[in-house]
Design a protein around this ligand. Structure first.
Ligand SMILES: [Zn+2]
Length: 298
């Protein structure tokens, strides 16, 4: 899908809605309230009616499109732009590209970003885990002091598989343990980390024996053990990509919205070889719950 495709194929609200209907209800339109099959109102084609609970609705009712007065084509264009930006897309860029206000562009980006959330899955196989520190100003010389003002993100990647970024309150063993219990299966084969004591003391009991550590302090970045590559380079590259997004597109990411930016980046990263990223994103947008402006800015 290219911008030209979106402009040609989805030139009217009606055409956009037809696609959204297929994505939201692949097995036929059903009532969002009572889940009964619904009928299309003959008088107004874009509306559906449920005889079960007397509810009238459209394909965007109860979705993140709710209450938006923007033409759906602009939504589609914004979605494609976010899908295509490997290193992120700023609200300012989008404002210029779509000819909308900054506030509208910002809200649009956030709503789409909000829909870019993965279904939770435990990772297994060979994984790499690392932590990074984002944002904040590093004042003073003490590293510990500098780190305290930054946001901590734990990255976990399954080699040849899924990437997850998790924003945690602080970089402690306890935080590592919680994240690993929630995201990594006990059946994991190998966990590669650096030499940090965070992992030696933080990994859950069932995972400790699976750990292999690369010694960054000794300037070791890759080590081979019987043909196995002990390295955290894969997860570190993913961190760099995210940080380039902050520098190049987002500029400043507030702690409140950091998780949403992390989701956007991993959602896109995990589908980087997929031809259905755009459709996947639109599907999430008609199936994710409503995000109100009040909640977004609360
Ligand atoms: Zn109903």
């Amino acid at each position: 899908m290219t911008l030209v495709d979106v402009i040609n194929l989805f030139d009217t609200d009606e055409r956009c809605r037809e696609l959204l209907v297929r994505l939201r209800w692949p097995n036929g339109v059903e009532c969002p309230r009572c889940k009964m099959p619904a009928v299309e109102l003959a008088t107004a084609k874009q509306l559906f009616y449920c005889k079960g609970c007397d509810y009238q609705f459209s394909v965007t009712s109860g979705t993140i499109f709710n209450d938006s007065h923007l033409p759906l084509q602009k939504w589609f264009l914004a979605t494609l732009l976010l899908c295509e930006s490997r290193k992120g897309h700023s609200a300012n860029q989008m404002k210029r590209e779509l000819g909308v206000s900054y506030k509208t562009a910002w809200y649009l980006c956030h709503r789409i970003r909000y829909a870019m959330t993965e279904v939770h899955k435990m990772l297994d196989g060979t994984i790499e885990v690392d932590e990074t520190y984002i944002g904040g100003k590093q004042r003073g010389k003490g590293v510990a002091y500098g780190k305290q003002q930054k946001e901590v993100v734990i990255g976990i990647i399954k080699r040849n598989g899924e990437l997850k970024f998790i924003h945690v309150k602080e970089g402690t063993s306890a935080a590592i343990r919680e994240v690993m219990e929630q995201h990594v299966s006990e059946d994991v084969d190998v966990i590669v980390t650096d030499e940090s004591v965070l992992y030696a003391s933080g990994l859950p009991k069932a995972q400790v024996s699976k750990r292999k550590a690369v010694n960054h302090k000794a300037a070791e970045y890759v080590r081979y053990e019987n043909g196995f590559m002990v390295t955290t380079n894969t997860v570190e590259s993913a961190f760099s990509l995210f940080k380039r997004g902050i520098v190049g597109a987002w500029h400043r990411v507030s702690p409140k919205h950091l998780a949403a930016y992390l989701n956007e980046m991993t959602f896109r990263f995990n589908r980087r070889k997929s031809h259905t990223l755009f459709l996947d994103t639109l599907r999430h947008m008609v199936t994710a719950p409503v995000l109100t402006f009040e909640r977004l800015t609360a």
